[in-house]
Ligand binder design. Structure first.
Ligand SMILES: O=C(O)CCC(=O)C(=O)O
Length: 283
């Protein structure tokens, strides 16, 4: 049914937990059947991309800095902005089960920044050193957050997400840009973060200032996730970076600045910035 009526809110204690800790684990946002369907869509998309681009190497990406935390020859399959590849993901990112909950954290208007599908393959799924997302796409008001959908179980041994609770309160920290923006690993080892194990169908939300990362997938099953990065539309980027197709799409509510005249709607705003900047994407 098409309605703006709010159907899925967060409990007040969940909202307080997010503001206190900088992250929130939401179990069972999807049913196991829905998660299995989206898992299959995700793997089918990666197979199609690999076929179209001459092999698996075309969809492989991992941060160079992954080697700072493991000697294993790890890898990662990825695709940005999956909503341009499969309508299943478009329906997912606009679904009130996601957006009504995010509205309780950043306000009624929710704008897409980008989406990112990751498959950490069995036995060699690449880790992410601890980092904040802030250096990749700094914004004025720090409303930016990520919601990770888990399409299969992610226990610690599969390289689940790890977070440092409360670290969003530290503000932006100096990062090393080498091999993907990351915090110095000696000062910020992955072990200082707590694992957030998740089940298929769960969502974990975290602010872009929250220190997070993840370990190697050492199991015999892939870890399949979709990360949806979102912001309040009046929270503007301070640097014209990490711009991508689809950025500015409204997932909930409206963009109060979009109707004010030429070049103020979100598409023109970002396109004009695009022409003067290099497009940089975060793998
Ligand atoms: O998917 C993960 O394990 C972590 C991803 C991540 O840290 C990121 O994309 O910023």
């Amino acid at each position: 049914m098409l309605t703006a009526e709010k159907r899925y809110g967060l409990r007040p204690e969940e909202v307080s937990f997010y503001h206190e800790n900088g992250y929130l684990h939401l179990p069972g946002v999807l049913t196991p059947e829905e998660a299995a369907y989206l898992r299959e869509e995700a793997h089918a998309l990666i197979r199609r991309l690999a076929e179209a681009h001459g092999g698996e190497h075309a969809v492989q990406a991992q941060w160079g800095s992954a080697r700072l935390i493991t000697d294993l020859p790890t890898t990662l399959m990825h695709c940005h902005n999956v909503q341009f590849h499969s309508a299943a993901f478009t329906r997912l990112i606009c679904h009130p089960r996601l957006t009504d909950r995010i509205a309780d954290l950043i306000g009624p208007n929710i704008q897409l920044h980008h989406t990112k599908l990751f498959i950490k393959p069995p036995e060699r799924g690449a880790p992410f050193p601890l980092h904040q997302d802030y250096p990749y796409f700094p914004h004025e008001k720090h409303t930016m957050l990520a919601a990770i959908f888990f399409f299969d179980d992610a226990p610690p041994e599969k390289g689940c997400l790890c977070v440092v609770p409360g670290s969003h309160k530290l503000g932006p920290l100096p990062h090393d840009p080498e091999g993907g923006w990351h915090l110095p690993v000696e000062q910020y080892p992955l072990e200082m973060a707590i694992p957030v194990p998740a089940r298929a169908g769960d969502v974990v939300v975290f602010n872009y200032l929250t220190i997070h990362g993840s370990g190697v997938n050492r199991t015999n099953e892939a870890r399949t996730t979709l990360l949806v990065q979102m912001r309040d539309p009046t929270d503007h980027p301070t640097v014209p970076t990490h711009l991508s197709r689809g950025q500015g799409m409204m997932l909930r509510g409206f963009d109060p600045e979009a109707d004010a005249g030429p070049h103020t709607d979100s598409a023109s705003r970002y396109l004009s910035v695009l022409t003067t900047s290099q497009q940089e994407a975060k793998p």
